[in-house]
Ligand binder design. Structure first.
Ligand code: ADP
Ligand code: MG
Length: 623
C-alpha cells in the first residue's frame, strides 16, 4: 500500500486561503488599509482603477518595513502583531493572522515599496502568483506602498464572477467608509480612475461623518455618550425625522473596528420604537470601547463579527444610552416613551358624545339576512356589491359607509328594494339616478377599483395597477430615448452625499431619457432644471433618494438592467397610494390605461394587479 497524503505546496495553500480572505477587490482594500493603520500612519492614500479590477494601491506614511520583514510579510502566518495565543486577547491591531499579504500575492501581481525612518533607502519587491519576480533597493519616502494589479489573474472563474464596476466600486467605498469612520484622526484620500472622490482631513468623529456623508448631515446628528464599567459608548444617532428606508447608515465600531451585529442593531431599533415611520431605519454611528479581553474577534477571517462576553448587558446599556440621548435632545419625551399622544387631546370628550349615533342601525331587520350585514360591515361589501352593479357609485358609497343625512333615506329605500326580485330592482333604481350614471366603476376602501366585465366582476388594486402603467410609460421613454420634460421655473438644488452623487452620475443618462434635466452635478449637490411631466416638483427629492436606495439594495445578476430598475423605482414612488380617493373619471382612466398596457395583469414586481369573479362564482355564493 502506498501513502497518498502529501503537504500542499505553499503557493497552492495560499491560493486556497485567498479564497477565504479575498472575495472581491473590496476585501483587498480592507486588508491594505488596515495594515496601513496598524503601521501607525497618519496619512493614507487609496488609489483605485476600474473598481479595483486593474489596480488597488495603498500608500501610507507609517513605520515601513526592514528588508527582511518586507520579504517575510508575504509568507503565510508571518505577522509582527502577535507572538503567542495570549496576545489574541489583548489585540490592539487590526491584523493578527498574517494571512492577507500572502493571500493577495497568490492571486495578483503585487508591487511593494517600503522604507523605515532611519534608513537611507528602502526595499521594493515584485511578486506574482506567490512567485517573487524581483527584489531591489529603492529610493522611497518613509512608509509603505502596495500596489495590487490584475486581481484573480490566475483564477479566471473568480475574475469572471466579479460584478459590474458600479457594484464593485460600491463595495470598495463601503470598506473605505468603515475604515475612515473608525479613524477620524487619520487623513484619507481616495482616487478612482484618476479623479479624487474623497479627501478627508484629520478631524474628529462628527466632522468625519459630515465629510463623508455631506454637509447636510451635521444637523441630523444627536450625540450619544455613556460610560459604564462594561463599555464606553460615544458617537451619534440620526434624528428620527431623517431616517431612511435603507439600512445604509448604520455603523457599530468596537475598539475602532467596524462590526456587524443584528443583536445590537435591535437594541437601537427598540430605542427608536414609536419614533420612526413604518419601514424606516434609524441611522447611527456608534463607537464602543470594551476591554479587549471581553471580546473574541477570532471568529471569521474577514472579522466583521465578534463575540461579546456579556451581550445582554451591552444590549441594555446601548438601548438606554440611545433613549437617553433622544430624550435629552428633545427628540422624544423623556419620561414616557410609549405614551400615546392622542390621550392628551381635549377632543376625546366631544367624540364620546357622538359615538352612540354611529352604532345605531336603523335599517336593521332581524328577519332579513342581508340588510344588516351590508350596513354594519365594510369587509363583506365586495360580495354584496355584485348584486348592485348598476347602481351609481355615490349611492353605493353612502350605503356601505353608513353616511347620515340625505343619504339615509335612499339607503333605507334601497335596502327594501333589495329583497324584491332582481330584474325589477335594477330598473327602478336606474330610473331614479339616470343622469348621474356615467361611469361604471366604483372605488372600494380607497384601495380597490371595482368594475364590471362581460363575465362578471373585476377588482383592481389601484396602487399596483398604477405602478404597471407608469412602469411601462417610463420604460418606453427610456428605450426610445425621447423625454417629455417640464421645465422648472427655478432650478432645484438638492443635497446628497458624495457616494449618492456617484450613483446619480451613473444613472444620469437614463434619467435624462425619462425627462430629468440635470443642469449641474457637483460634489455634494445637483441642480435640476427639468423633471418628467408625471413628476411633481415636491416629490423629486424623495424620488431620487428612493432610487438611490433601490440601486444600492439591488443585487444585480446577469440580467440586471439599470433602465428597468429606474422605471420600477420611479413607478413605485409615483404610483397612487392605497388610501387615495379617486373620482369616477380617474377611476375609469386608471382602468383603461391598465388594459392598454402590454402586461396588465402583473405589477412591475410581478404581483397581481387585478382579480375577477365570474357571475357563476357569484351565483355560487348566493346558493
Ligand atoms: P497581519 O496584518 O495579520 O499581520 P498581513 O499579511 O496583512 O498580516 O501583513 C503581514 C505583516 O506585514 C504585518 O504583520 C506587518 O508587519 C507587515 N506589513 C504589512 N503591511 C504593512 C504596512 N503598510 N506597513 C508596515 N508593515 C506592514
Ligand atoms: Mg493585515
Amino acid at each position: 500500500m502506498s501513502d497518498i497524503i502529501q503537504l500542499l505546496p505553499d503557493h497552492v495553500a495560499n491560493q486556497i486561503a485567498a479564497g477565504e480572505v479575498v472575495q472581491r477587490p473590496a476585501s483587498v482594500v480592507k486588508e491594505l488599509l488596515e495594515n496601513a493603520i496598524d503601521a501607525k500612519s497618519s496619512q493614507i492614500k487609496l488609489i483605485i482603477k476600474e473598481a479595483g479590477k486593474t489596480l488597488i494601491q495603498v500608500i501610507d506614511n507609517g513605520l515601513g518595513m526592514s528588508e527582511t520583514d518586507a520579504r517575510l510579510s508575504f509568507e503565510r502566518h508571518a505577522t509582527s502583531k502577535i507572538k503567542n495565543a495570549d496576545d489574541l486577547f489583548q489585540l490592539n491591531t487590526k491584523g493578527f493572522r498574517g494571512e492577507a499579504l500572502a493571500s493577495i500575492a497568490a492571486i495578483a501581481h503585487v508591487e511593494l515599496k517600503t522604507k523605515q525612518e532611519p534608513a537611507e533607502v528602502g526595499t521594493t519587491i515584485v511578486i506574482e502568483g506567490s512567485e517573487v519576480k524581483s527584489q531591489d533597493v529603492v529610493v522611497a519616502p518613509k512608509g509603505t506602498s502596495i500596489a495590487v494589479k490584475n486581481l484573480f489573474f490566475n483564477i479566471p472563474a473568480r475574475r469572471n464572477f466579479l460584478k459590474s464596476n458600479a457594484v464593485e466600486l460600491r463595495h470598495i467605498i463601503d470598506e473605505f467608509y468603515r475604515v475612515a469612520l473608525a479613524h477620524p484622526n487619520l487623513g484619507f484620500v481616495l482616487f478612482h480612475n484618476g479623479s479624487e472622490l474623497y479627501n478627508l482631513p484629520q478631524s474628529n468623529y462628527r466632522q468625519r461623518i459630515v465629510n463623508l456623508l455631506g454637509t447636510k448631515t451635521n444637523e441630523k446628528l444627536v450625540p450619544v455618550d455613556e460610560t459604564t464599567e462594561v463599555v464606553t459608548i460615544s458617537g451619534f444617532v440620526g434624528k428620527p425625522e431623517y431616517a431612511k428606508k435603507t439600512r445604509g447608515e448604520q455603523y457599530f465600531f468596537v475598539n475602532d473596528r467596524f462590526i456587524k451585529s443584528a443583536y445590537l442593531n435591535h437594541a437601537i431599533a427598540s430605542a427608536f420604537q414609536g419614533l420612526l415611520k413604518e419601514g424606516h431605519h434609524a441611522s447611527y454611528f456608534l463607537y464602543l470601547q470594551v476591554n479587549p479581553q471581553s471580546i473574541d474577534i477570532n471568529i471569521h477571517p474577514t472579522k466583521t463579527e465578534i463575540k461579546f462576553d456579556d451581550e445582554q448587558t451591552l444590549y441594555a446599556i446601548l438601548r438606554s444610552a440611545v433613549k437617553h440621548s433622544l430624550g435629552q435632545f428633545n427628540i422624544a419625551p423623556i419620561l414616557d416613551f410609549e405614551r400615546d399622544a392622542n390621550l392628551d387631546t381635549p377632543y376625546l370628550q366631544k367624540n364620546t358624545g357622538k359615538m352612540p349615533q354611529v352604532e345605531v342601525d336603523r335599517s336593521f331587520n332581524p328577519f332579513t339576512s342581508d340588510s344588516p350585514k351590508t350596513t354594519l360591515s365594510n369587509t363583506n361589501s365586495s360580495s354584496s356589491n355584485s348584486s348592485y352593479t348598476k347602481t351609481p357609485s355615490a349611492n353605493w358609497e353612502s350605503l356601505y359607509v353608513g353616511l347620515e343625512s340625505k343619504g339615509t333615506k335612499e339607503v333605507v329605500d334601497f335596502s327594501q328594494v333589495e329583497f324584491e326580485s332582481a330584474p325589477e330592482t335594477t330598473t327602478i333604481y336606474n330610473d331614479v339616478v339616470k343622469d348621474e350614471k356615467q361611469y361604471s366603476t366604483y372605488q372600494l376602501k380607497n384601495k380597490y377599483i371595482i368594475s364590471t366585465i362581460k363575465s362578471g366582476m373585476l377588482l383592481i388594486d389601484q396602487h399596483r395597477a398604477h405602478q404597471r402603467i407608469l412602469y411601462e410609460d417610463f420604460l418606453k421613454h427610456i428605450t426610445v430615448k425621447e423625454a417629455v420634460s417640464q421645465q422648472l421655473l427655478f432650478p432645484l438644488e438638492l443635497h446628497f452625499s458624495v457616494q449618492d452623487i456617484e450613483i446619480i452620475k451613473q444613472l444620469q443618462q437614463d434619467l435624462e431619457y425619462t425627462g430629468f434635466i440635470f443642469q449641474d452635478i457637483k460634489k455634494e449637490t445637483i441642480e435640476i432644471t427639468g423633471v418628467p411631466v408625471s413628476v411633481p416638483e415636491s416629490e423629486v427629492s424623495i424620488l431620487l433618494e428612493q432610487l438611490i436606495s433601490d440601486v444600492e439594495n439591488e443585487v444585480p445578476d446577469s440580467n440586471f438592467s439599470v433602465t428597468d430598475l429606474i422605471a420600477k423605482s420611479l413607478a413605485k414612488s409615483l404610483a397612487i397610494k392605497n388610501g387615495k380617493k379617486l373620482n369616477p373619471a380617474e377611476q375609469e382612466h386608471l382602468v383603461n390605461s391598465l388594459f392598454a398596457c402590454k402586461a396588465p395583469s402583473v405589477s412591475p414586481t410581478n404581483k397581481a394587479t387585478f382579480t375577477t369573479m365570474s357571475v357563476d362564482e357569484l351565483d355560487k355564493k348566493f346558493m
